[in-house]
Design a protein around this ligand. Structure first.
Ligand SMILES: [Zn+2]
Length: 65
């Protein structure tokens, strides 16, 4: 029997580690974000980008309500 499709993912909070930008390999002590969209009712689309090379790291949603 295989449990390959049911492997649990452990998420460990490591605030003591500094992520590295996948584009410029610099440490990310902070990440810039920019919101796009009106967002009064629906969630805003948030763009996260590196403060060193300005390349996009990812997208997210933030609800300001
Ligand atoms: Zn970078």
């Amino acid at each position: 029997m295989s449990k390959a499709n049911a492997v649990p993912l452990n998420i460990i909070n490591r605030n003591d580690l500094t992520p590295i930008c996948c584009h410029c390999d610099k440490g990310l002590t902070e990440v810039y974000s920019k919101t796009k969209g009106v967002g009064f009712i629906e969630g805003k689309n948030v763009l996260y980008f590196c403060p060193h090379c300005m390349k996009v790291l990812g997208f997210g949603q933030s609800r300001m309500i």
